[in-house]
Structure formats: C-alpha cells, structure tokens
Design a protein around this ligand. Structure first.
Ligand code: ASP
Length: 481
C-alpha cells in the first residue's frame, strides 16, 4: 500500500510504542445511518465533531422507510438473476438510482458515478463461480458507498480517502458468505493508523490470499469495524446505529424501556443468545479480545449516552442488566428410572441427537429425568418423532415426548453474583401473573438465570419482570453485607 512505503522510514522510531502514539477511534455506521443523503450529512457532522474519529467503516445504503429495500438485498436479487442467466436490468437501474440520488443530493462533482457504473458493467461480464459472484455483488453495496462518502467528506473540507480491503490486505478465509478473518490480517491493517487523511473503509468483506472478494455473514460490517479496531489498537470502537442505547428489555414487549449505560461482554453475549438482536456478539469479539470498549450510539441522536460494552466485569447500578426472551424452543422430556446410576446414558442420548443432526441448547437434569432443549427450527416433527421413538427403543427410556412452544427468558447481570433472593423475586413475580415456570437454570457463573415458560405468556412475563426490577418504586436490599 502506498502509505506503508511513505512511513517506512519512521517505523523504526515508532515501533517501540504499541500504537505508535497515534490516537484513533474506529467508527462504524450501519445501513440505516447511510440510507440517503440526509443521513450521510449527519454522519459527516459526527465524524467531524471528534478529530480522533479517523477510520470510518460504512455499510451499504439501508432502508429509507419501512417498506424500502436494502441495497444489499437488491444486489442479491441482481446476482441471482445473473447466475440464472436472466440478468435483471430493472434491478440494476434501481440500485444505480439509489447511488445517483445520493450523489446528486450531496452535490458531488467527481467521477465516482462513472466508476460505479463501470464496476457493474464489469461484474455483468464476470464468469466467477456462483458463490464468489454473489459475494462480489454483495460487497459492491458497501464498496460503492464508501467511495461516495469519501468524496463527500473531501468536498466538505475533511480530506478523506477510500481504502479497499484489497489494498489494505484484510485477508479472510476462502469461505464465501461466511468469511473469517485470518490472523495475519491484523499486522497488515495496523498501518491504517498512519494514514493522514480520514479513511473510509467499506464494511462486510475481505479478500482471500489469492485476491477473491468474500463477504462476512449478513450484518458483517460490524465485524469489519471490530477487526480494524483491534488492528489499530483503537481507543474506542464506536458503532453508530438507529437506537439511543441497548435497552434493558425489548421495546417490542415493553413500552419505552430504559437504556443500558454499561454492559460487560459476557452480559451482552448471554442477552443476545436469548433474543437481543443489536449485534451478532461474535462480531465484537476482535475488539473485545483486545480490551477495546465498544460504544453503541445513535446517528439520529448523537448526544444520547449510548451503551458501552466492555471486557471484564462492570459495575452496574442494578442487579439485573437486561432481560431477554426468545420463543420457539422445543423441550424433549426423557424419563428413565435409575437414570442417575446408568453410566453413559446422557452421552448416548446426546449421540442420538447428533446422529439426527440436531443441535442441543440446554440440558436441565433431574434424578431420573432430563429435558433436552432445542430450537424449534432445528428439527421437524418427523425428526422429533424419530428421536422420541429411538429414545424408547434404543435407550429404553420409560417415558419420552416433546413439546413445542417453549419461551426462554434470560435475566442477566453481573450484579446478581453478590445478591440473595433474585430467583425468589423472579418466581414470585411470575406467580403473581399466574405464569407457570416449566424449567429453571442458573449458570455456575451466576451472571444469568434462565426460565422456561409457555410462549403465549412471553409479553406478560417480560413486562412484569421489567416492572419488578426497573419500576420506579423498586428499592434494592443488599442482604449479604
Ligand atoms: N450490508 C450488509 C447487510 O445488509 C452488511 C451490513 O450492513 O453490515 O447484511
């Protein structure tokens, strides 16, 4: 890369300090923050407001309104039409119009639209294998947006440079649609902090060692931001989206829930398991591993406090940091007398699920019984019927049956570790609501507890638990002083 050579002379002097003394924040904007020119103007204001915001990772333009289409989804349709030999010019036009509208409204005066048209013309002639062709189309959503945004920043007086994952050597595995960063990429990307202009970097894809474009899983611009934050040892990874904070409970289930100020990575992970959908938590891992705080902020309200996600334990003012829930689980109940004496029974049971290709989520056990919890979409009724049959026929279970419609509620909080009585509060709250607890599980770490209820009670249960732990008149009593 150009700047690597430029700075080569300085490197021996700078190498001693871990970050070469450069202060940099990586700032990522999601699709809704970049859906049109008004949003991009907000993004510009945000980047300009802090001189440490030097590496800007961008998504493709997202939805402008609820029934709009994301550019990435349009690109997938275009790629599919190409692969099926029925290239859909109409979709291409819709995509080009999205970029043209942004270009016109930002009053740009560069050759970027020509480059974008040229790019699609070349893609149309491409003979890549289908999996790589789809990725090449998908990646162009962020790639073209990054070029437009860099031009706009520069025009507005903030010198900015588009840098591609290819130029920067963001090396990834050769697994189309599901790229994994290669360890050696971090060393290559470290140099980005030495660039004097603002870098506008397209999210969502990298390149294989032999130069093929491969995308991360959907929503993967978060992954790009996290990788870059790690590589340049950023002071912070700011992730701008369209909510003021991560909420303590889903706004779909609770009216105007409180926002969370700080969350540990472990808490975030547990919450997202049970339905919190702000991030794929794996996406944050590269930044978190290096101890870089992740700050979730709102492009439409940048002065809101947002939520920090940090490595290690955090001091939260409340016992519970968040309540998540997820429906559609299945419980497979197995009973066998003297199960606890039979060496290998659980192993054989799990082997049976493995044979049937079904992933197991939880296994609460009793003395003579066990319940295997799986996700509803992981097994058809036919597969479940076969599992039940085999449990009886091959493992001689006295009883075996399955039930769909289980909802798992997860209460998460580092604050629970030193508190007595949290389980009792949850149980009595649900009892007051006449909701039966079908199963209960508390992790050894005591950072989370999980309750299983019938899914028709989900909304009522979450509202009641929210009122119990976050309602105004609640006072916490520390019992283990
Ligand atoms: N544009 C991609 C998607 O819609 C990646 C992203 O936005 O993070 O999945």
């Amino acid at each position: 890369m150009q700047f690597k050579k430029e700075f080569a002379i300085l490197l021996p002097l700078w190498k001693e300090s871990s970050k070469w003394g450069v202060k940099v924040k990586v700032i990522k904007f999601g699709g809704s923050s970049l859906a049109n020119s008004q949003q991009i103007k907000k993004v510009f204001q945000i980047v300009q407001a802090d001189s440490d915001r030097r590496i800007v990772v961008v998504s493709a333009p997202g939805k402008r309104h609820s029934d709009d289409e994301k550019v990435t989804d349009l690109l997938i349709q275009l790629a599919t039409s190409h692969i099926e030999g029925q290239y859909n010019e109409a979709i291409l036009e819709v995509i080009l119009e999205r970029y043209q509208e942004i270009y016109d409204e930002l009053q740009l005066n560069s050759d970027v639209m020509d480059k974008i048209r040229q790019h699609f013309a070349e893609l149309k002639e491409s003979t890549l294998e289908p999996a790589y062709l789809i990725d090449a189309y998908k990646a162009s959503g962020e790639d073209n947006n990054a070029k437009l945004i860099a031009d706009y920043f520069t025009k507005e007086g903030l010198p900015a440079k588009y840098i591609s994952p290819k130029e920067a050597n963001l090396f990834v595995s050769d697994t189309p649609g599901n790229a994994q960063v290669l360890e050696e990429a971090y060393k290559e990307l470290e140099y980005l902090q030495l660039e004097k202009d603002i870098i506008v970097f397209p999210g969502f894809f990298g390149v294989t060692k032999d130069g093929k474009v491969v995308t991360f899983s959907r929503g993967g611009s978060d992954i790009t931001g996290s990788i870059l934050a790690n590589a340049v040892s950023a002071e912070e990874y700011e992730n701008f989206t369209d909510v003021d904070a991560i909420f303590v409970a889903s706004p779909k289930l609770v009216h105007k829930p409180l926002g969370i100020d700080v969350l540990s990575y472990t808490e975030m992970r547990e919450l997202s398991y049970a339905g919190f959908s702000v991030f794929h938590t794996e996406a944050l891992l590269p930044a978190i591993k290096k101890g870089i705080p992740v700050h979730v902020c709102n492009t439409n309200n940048p002065s809101a406090k947002g939520t920090y996600i940090m490595k290690g334990k955090v001091n939260s003012p409340s016992i519970i940091s968040g309540i998540a829930s997820s429906s559609g689980f299945v419980s497979v109940y197995i009973q066998k007398y003297l199960m606890n004496h039979e060496i290998g029974f659980l192993r054989k049971t799990l082997q049976l699920f493995e044979d049937e290709g079904v992933s197991v989520e939880h296994i609460p056990t009793g003395i003579d019984d066990a319940t295997i919890i799986i996700r509803g979409e992981d097994a058809t009724d036919e597969v479940l019927d076969r599992i039940v049959y085999r449990l009886k026929a091959e493992l001689n279970a006295d009883e075996a049956y399955y039930e769909r419609g289980l909802c798992l509620i997860m209460l998460v909080g580092e604050g629970m570790v030193s508190m007595v009585g949290t389980t009792a509060r949850v149980a009595s709250t649900l009892a007051r609501e006449q909701i039966n607890i079908e199963l209960y599980n508390q992790g050894v770490s005591e950072v989370s507890m999980m309750f299983g209820i019938r899914e028709e009670y989900e909304q009522r249960a979450i509202q009641a638990l929210y009122d119990e732990f976050f309602g105004e008149e609640v006072e916490y009593e520390v019992l283990d002083k």
